[in-house]
Design a protein around this ligand. Sequence first.
Ligand code: GRF
Length: 208
Amino acid sequence: MAGIGRFRRNRNTMPAKVAIIVGSKGRGSNMLALIEASQAGDLPAEIVTVIGPSADIPSLQVARENQAPTDVADPTDETYPERLLSVLKERQAEWICLAGYLRLLPAQILQRFPNRILNIHPALLPKFGGPGMYGLRVHEAVLSSGDAETGCTIHLVNERYDEGKIIFQLRCPVLDGDTSESLAARVLKLEHQAYPAALKQLIESHGR
Ligand code: GRF
């Protein structure tokens, strides 16, 4: 059978439609890496929307400045699952990339997008993940472990934090004298390479 039912399209000419979901605290730098890669033609994708919890968060401002469509869906609202589904349907999203989104997704979204939701984590999973492992805490844990290398991980999203199938990793050394801040900065550079590369690999291997 060619194609996957509802996502079937002309794989040679049509970019995959990708929605990015961000949280209130992020800078939007991974989101921007995906937007720039798609606009530069390095990624066979169109960012059809960036979804955030309110219009005034930094990431959505950056998205607008970079000509990406945006939508608001507030995870604290009781109608959030329906609102998110409705936005994703309206924008015809085929893939979802989480970027600085610190929550679990509603079950309806996981069911509607099986194996099509990605997250980026700033360490080499399966180590240094799970509830509460975000921001500098991750890098502090890496430093405490004494590990000689760290990196970033792109993984599929399921109903548990940071536990979905690992699909892509990039590595870098932990250096003498590193602080959690210096490690975070080194890993962030890798993240900006890894997310577009991982998404490209997945889109191309799925034939959309
Ligand atoms: C990144 O470190 C990412 O790995 C994690 O949240 C952070 C978001 O940063 N999931 P940014 O908003 O993309 O700059």
